[in-house]
Design a protein around this ligand. Structure first.
Ligand code: NAP
Length: 259
């Protein structure tokens, strides 16, 4: 499968950028959505050009996924640039930790807004195109925190459990249309998001960065952090022709962490 128009949210760095590199190498036409145009354009310039496309380029669009109007405008822009959307990877996310008694309503709402409402808004904005295409794909990047609980991340974990529920329900609603909806659930993955978590542990506990990283890696039965490319590989498979009968599933990319 090649030359499909796929929207990736939160594409500028980390897991999103790894997904963009793999899908661009497969010849897909990408809309790269995020909050910083310069970072998106730098990524686009580093990707192989699409196999086909009106301008022979990937499309960059700025939007906060938690903002309904911005999401709608971004999908209008994506359609105008590269035609109907065939696939959507909901990757944009934030993870801020706090013990529950110090979890402010603002933090709670932001975790839900970016991770859960953002995924819902993007799914809804892409839906008409996905149905019309008949074989469209949605992959939501949830988390192992969407499959089990972890201390100090109740808001994030609640949001990612919500993403799993959204995935399972949409999959059933769309099954007869041929559109598949799945979630990929990474364990601790080596990106800026994890580096921020390490810095937070260091600040809160006085551990060294090496100790904090080792503790994150120790939760993975393979005793190492997941790499963004490993998550991207699972996404690529779910977008491929061989996965057309897979829907409503949550695939854990976590070295065997037991849920
Ligand atoms: P990252 O390096 O921090 O990248 C997150 C991306 O999301 C950035 O490009 C960021 O854009 C974008 N983003 C954040 N808030 C946004 C918003 N409101 N609107 C649009 N874009 C927004 O994190 P990552 O580790 O690659 O995470 C990617 C996904 O994997 C997230 O959904 C995360 O929850 C999930 N995940 C990560 C891990 C892990 O250990 N790293 C584990 C499990 C799940 P800016 O450049 O504008 O900030």
């Amino acid at each position: 499968m090649t030359g499909r128009h796929i929207v990736i949210t939160g594409a500028a760095r980390g897991i999103g950028a790894a997904i963009a590199h793999l899908l661009a190498a497969d010849g897909h036409r990408l809309t790269l959505l995020g909050r910083r145009l310069d970072a998106l354009q730098a990524l686009a310039a580093s990707l192989p050009p699409p196999a086909e496309g009106r301008e022979g380029r990937h499309h960059c669009v700025v939007a906060d996924v938690a903002d309904e109007a911005q999401v709608q405008a971004a999908f209008d822009s994506a359609r105008a640039a590269l035609g109907p959307v065939w696939g959507l990877v909901n990757n944009a996310g934030q993870a801020q930790s706090a013990p529950l008694h110090r979890t402010s309503a603002e933090l709670w709402q932001r975790m839900l807004a970016v991770n859960l409402t953002g995924s819902f808004l993007c799914c809804r904005a892409a839906l008409a195109d996905l149905r019309a295409g008949g074989q469209g794909r949605i992959v939501n990047i949830a988390s192992t925190a969407g499959q089990r609980g972890y201390a100090y991340v109740a808001a994030y974990s609640a949001a990612k459990h919500g993403v799993v529920g959204l995935t399972r329900s949409m999959a059933l609603e769309l099954a007869a249309s041929g559109v598949t909806v799945n979630a990929v659930c990474p364990g601790y993955t080596e990106t800026d998001l994890l580096r921020d978590s390490v810095a937070n542990v260091v600040a809160q506990t006085g551990r060294t960065p090496e100790q904090a990283r080792a503790e994150f890696a120790a939760s993975n039965p393979q005793r190492r952090l997941v790499q963004p490319e490993q998550v991207a590989d699972a996404v690529r498979w779910l977008l491929g022709a061989g996965a057309s009968a897979i829907t409503g599933q949550c695939i854990s990319v976590s070295g065997g962490e037991v849920m």
